[in-house]
Design a protein around this ligand. Structure first.
Ligand SMILES: C[S@@+](CC[C@H](N)C(=O)[O-])C[C@H]1O[C@@H](n2cnc3c(N)ncnc32)[C@H](O)[C@@H]1O
Length: 529
C-alpha cells in the first residue's frame, strides 16, 4: 500500500547520518502517516511539502492517500536529493525540489500539508547552530524558544509553522523529548496556542518510527488554527474528516480534544484528552497521556499527600548533581590500575602491581562512584571509593601519582597545568555532600534500588543527584512502589527501558515532609498499593 523504492533507504549509507540526522521514516511510521491521512480525508488543489525530505519517503510513499496539486521538498544532502527528485517527478506532475538548508531556503514557501520527520541532531553537532537560532528568532519565534540549545527539531517546528497555511495540516515524526524536556516547553505552549493537536501516536513495537534510530518518537498530527482575517488560505475543499473515534461529532473543529493512539501493526485508540485542561505532571510530560488514567490517579494521590502534609516539595538548594570527573581512573581510588593495600588514620597505601604509593588522607574524600555499585541495599556505610581533592602543589608520593596520571592522557589534562585541582575546585564551589543519592539513569525492569542513604554526609559522582537533607525516609520513598509507578508514567524515557530525570524534575516530585515518621509514611504508601 505504500510506494517506497528500497533505494530510498539504501541512500542513507552515502551520507553522514549522525551529522545530518538521516534516519528516514520507516515503514511503521509511514503506515501510521497513511492512516492519519485516511482520517483527515483531504481533498482539493492543495500543496504538500517536506522541508527535510531525505530521499522523499514522506512524500512519495503516501501517493495513494492524497492527490496534491504540487509537491515541494528540501534536502541538505545531495545524493538523497537527486534520488527524491527522480522518484517524485515520476509520481507527481508538479514537483519543486531544492538541495540546501531548509533554514536558508525554506522560509518563503507556502504549503497546505506538511509531512516531515525533522532532523534531531545533538545541538553541539549542528555546525551553524547560532545562525539558525538567530534566523528563527528573527522570524518572531524567540518567545517560544525556552533555551538556547533548543535542538534542531524544535527550531524545525517553527520553520514548518511559517510555511504552513492557516487551516493547514502537519503530520510530524518528533522525538518524544519534544513533549517533556524543558528545552521544548516553549514549543508545547506554542502548539497549544496556534494549533489543534488532533492525534498523538506512539509505537509500542519499538521506541522509534525512524530507521536506525533508538530514540523514542511520537507522530503528531496538527491543524493550524485559522485567524479571522487570515492572510494565507488553504486550498483544501471543505473538509469532512472521518468520524472521530467513538464520537458522534463530525469534525475536529467542534472539539478541542486530542486523540491518543498506540500503534502495534494496527492503530489502537486509547483516550481523548483536552490538552488545555491537563495539569502539573501530566502537562509537563505528554508521554503520560499514553497512560492517562493512571497518570490522573497518581497525580491526585500525590496532591492529597501534599494537602495532608505527608509530602512536600524539595527546595532548589537541597538537591544538586554530583561531581564532574574528567578522568575517573585517576581521580577515583581505587581504580582500574591502583588497589588500596593498606589504610591507616592518616594515609592510604596503593599499589599498581609495580609501584607503591602513600597518599595522605587530607587529599581524600569518600565518594560514591557508579549507581551499579550500590544496588544491593538502600543504606551505605562506606562507598568504598575516595576521590582525590588536591589544592597544594603536590610533593613526594602525591607528585609521583600525578606524574603517573600525566602519562595516562586523562581528559582533565585539557584543563591546563593545574588540571589535578579540578575536583578540589568543585568541592569548594559546589559543596557536593549530602545524605540521599538518587541514581541518574534508572532501568525499572532491572533496578530495585533507585536511591541510597548515608547517615554521614558523603560526596558522589555526577551519576547521582545528591539531596543534602538527612532524612532516610526520602530514600525509602524513592525506592517505593509509588515512585516506581511515578517514573513509569512520568519519567523521561531515553530508550525502551532507561529513564532519565533532571534536577528540575526532582523539584516537581514531592518527598516525605520533615516531620513525618516512618509509620505515617508507610501507611500513606500502602494506600497506593
Ligand atoms: C530524520 S531525516 C527525515 C528524512 C525524510 N523526511 C524521511 O522521513 O524519510 C531528516 C532529514 O533532514 C535532512 N536535513 C538535516 N538538516 C537539514 C537542513 N538544514 N535543511 C534541509 N534538510 C536537512 C537530513 O539530511 C535528513 O535527510
Amino acid at each position: 500500500m505504500l510506494t517506497i523504492d528500497k533505494r530510498q533507504y539504501e541512500v542513507q549509507k552515502l551520507v553522514d547520518r549522525k551529522e545530518t540526522s538521516s534516519y528516514y521514516t520507516d515503514e511503521d511510521g509511514m503506515k501510521v502517516v497513511a492512516m492519519m491521512l485516511e482520517k483527515l480525508n483531504l481533498k482539493g488543489d492543495f500543496s504538500l511539502m517536506d522541508p527535510f525530505m531525505g530521499a522523499g519517503i514522506t512524500l512519495s510513499s503516501i501517493n495513494r492517500f492524497v492527490k496534491p496539486k504540487k509537491v515541494i521538498g528540501i534536502e541538505i544532502n545531495e545524493e538523497p536529493y537527486e534520488l527524491a527528485k527522480s522518484i517524485l517527478s515520476a509520481i507527481y506532475d508538479d514537483v519543486e525540489v531544492v538541495c540546501g538548508s531548509a533554514f536558508k531556503f525554506g522560509w518563503d514557501y507556502k504549503a497546505d500539508l506538511i509531512i516531515s520527520n525533522p532532523p534531531f541532531t545533538r545541538w553541539h553537532r549542528v555546525k551553524n547552530r547560532d545562525e539558525i537560532l538567530k534566523t528563527v528568532v528573527s522570524k518572531g519565534y524567540g518567545k517560544y524558544i525556552s533555551r538556547k540549545d533548543a535542538g534542531l527539531h524544535v527550531l524545525s517546528i517553527f520553520l514548518i509553522d511559517r510555511i504552513l497555511n492557516e487551516g493547514g495540516y502537519a503530520i510530524l515524526v518528533l522525538p518524544a523529548s519534544t513533549f517533556y524536556t524543558s528545552q521544548a516547553s516553549g514549543v508545547k505552549s506554542f502548539l497549544k496556542e496556534f494549533y489543534d493537536i488532533l492525534y498523538l501516536v506512539e509505537n509500542v513495537n519499538k521506541p522509534s518510527f525512524s530507521s536506525g534510530s533508538e530514540f523514542k518518537e511520537l507522530i503528531v498530527v496538527l491543524k493550524k488554527k485559522e485567524k479571522q482575517n487570515r492572510a494565507s488560505k488553504t486550498h483544501f475543499d471543505s473538509i469532512e474528516h472521518s468520524q472521530p473515534h467513538n464520537s458522534s461529532e463530525k469534525c475536529y473543529e467542534h472539539t478541542n480534544n486530542t486523540e491518543i493512539y498506540q500503534y502495534n501493526g494496527t492503530l489502537k485508540y486509547l483516550y481523548s484528552a483536552n490538552l488545555h485542561e491537563i495539569k502539573s505532571f501530566i502537562d509537563r510530560n505528554w508521554l503520560s497521556l499514553f497512560k492517562y488514567d493512571e497518570a490522573k490517579k497518581l497525580s491526585q494521590f500525590l496532591e492529597e499527600g501534599i494537602n495532608q502534609g505527608v509530602l512536600r516539595y524539595l527546595k532548589r538548594d537541597e538537591i544538586m548533581v554530583g561531581i564532574q570527573m574528567y578522568g575517573p581512573e585517576f581521580f577515583f581510588i581505587p581504580n582500574k590500575y591502583w588497589k588500596i593495600t593498606k589504610e591507616s588514620e592518616a594515609v592510604i597505601t596503593i599499589n599498581n602491581g609495580k609501584d607503591t604509593i602513600e597518599i595522605p588522607k587530607k587529599y581524600l574524600i569518600k565518594c560514591l562512584r557508579k549507581p551499579e555499585y550500590y544496588m544491593e541495599k538502600t543504606y551505605i556505610d562506606d562507598p568504598e571509593f575516595y576521590i582525590l581533592s588536591i589544592d597544594d602543589p603536590p610533593q613526594g608520593d602525591l607528585e609521583r601519582y600525578i606524574a603517573w596520571g600525566l602519562g595516562q592522557n586523562i581528559p582533565a589534562l585539557s584543563l591546563g597545568s593545574e588540571w589535578y585541582k579540578h575536583i578540589w575546585k568543585q568541592i569548594q564551589t559546589k559543596k557536593p555532600y549530602g545524605h540521599i543519592f538518587l541514581h541518574n539513569k534508572i532501568d525499572l525492569k532491572r533496578h530495585r534500588i533507585l536511591a541510597n542513604y548515608s547517615s554521614k554526609p558523603l560526596c558522589a559522582s555526577k551519576n547521582f543527584f545528591i539531596i543534602k537533607t538527612n532524612n532516610s525516609l526520602i530514600a525509602m520513598w524513592y525506592n517505593s512502589e509509588v515512585m516506581r509507578d511515578f517514573l513509569k508514567i512520568f519519567g523521561r524515557k531515553i530508550s525502551d527501558s532507561w529513564i532519565e530525570l533532571l534536577v528540575e524534575d526532582y523539584l516537581q516530585i514531592p518527598v516525605p515532609a520533615d516531620n513525618v515518621d516512618d509509620k505515617e509514611l508507610a501507611s500513606y504508601i500502602k494506600k497506593w498499593q
